[in-house]
Design a protein around this ligand. Structure first.
Ligand code: AMP
Length: 222
């Protein structure tokens, strides 16, 4: 089982990169934000519980978040591993994940931090659109869809997330960056942390991430 963690500010490109890595590595992309949005759409008890946190740009409590993530990680398609996107977001979540993986005799393979300056983040998030059906991500500036307002992959309508409004973006950044610092410190201490420059074009960031994940013997020299 190979578990990879993608870290970075909201809008750093975690979702975009996770989709590519999942296809390339043949393991599922698991995003707690997507799991929560699906629950809100379906109107489940969980959805009603998490909606108010999401609307305020706040983190959902650790107990709820760890529960939904470990549940998803136990599904059969994740038996060889997974790419976690948006989890862990707090030190307690990171420790809960470590404990679960230790029980399975593994650990987090790499925690890949996609580093983007915060002024770029606000610009990116306010231009972000996702498809209604599956959450495929587009950006008016850096990754426009082929047909305006339609997903390239499933042709569903593109919508802006409620929490991508400018005032919520600022709240999310303010509230979530502190906790992210703790998670980064955790993986620095375990030795799993790798930093990648997320300011580059999408394909170059993907290449840098794959380069980190290749066994040392296969890596390009220099
Ligand atoms: P995201 O799509 O990753 O930006 O997540 C959207 C929202 O879902 C966040 O602003 C939080 O309210 C909630 N959320 C997603 N993942 C987590 C997590 N690991 N811990 C707490 N809240 C989360």
């Amino acid at each position: 089982m190979r578990v990879l963690v993608l870290l970075g500010a909201p809008g750093a490109g975690k979702g975009t990169q996770a989709q590519v890595l999942a296809r390339t590595l043949g393991i599922p992309h698991i995003a707690t934000g997507d799991l929560f949005r699906a629950a809100v759409r379906e109107g489940t008890t969980l959805g009603r519980e998490v909606k108010e946190y999401m609307d305020r740009g706040e983190l959902v409590p650790d107990g709820v978040t760890v529960g939904i993530l470990l549940d998803r990680l136990s599904a059969s398609d994740a038996r060889d591993g997974a790419i976690l996107d948006g989890f862990p977001r707090t030190r307690a979540q990171a420790e809960a994940l470590d404990a679960e993986l230790a029980a399975r005799g593994v650990g987090v393979d790499r925690a890949l931090y996609i580093d983007v300056p915060s002024e770029d983040i606000v610009r990116r998030l306010s231009g972000r659109w996702i498809c209604e059906a599956a959450g495929h991500v587009y950006n008016v500036a850096s990754r426009p869809p082929r047909a305006a307002g339609r997903c390239d992959i499933d042709e569903s309508a593109l919508v802006q997330r409620d929490d991508d409004r400018a005032e919520t973006v600022r709240a999310r950044l303010g509230q979530q960056m502190g906790a992210l610092g703790e998670v980064v410190a955790h993986y620095r201490a375990t030795g799993a942390l790798v930093m990648v420059d997320g300011g580059k074009p999408i394909a170059e960031v993907t290449e840098a991430l794959l380069d980190v994940l290749r066994p040392a013997a296969e890596r390009r020299v220099g």
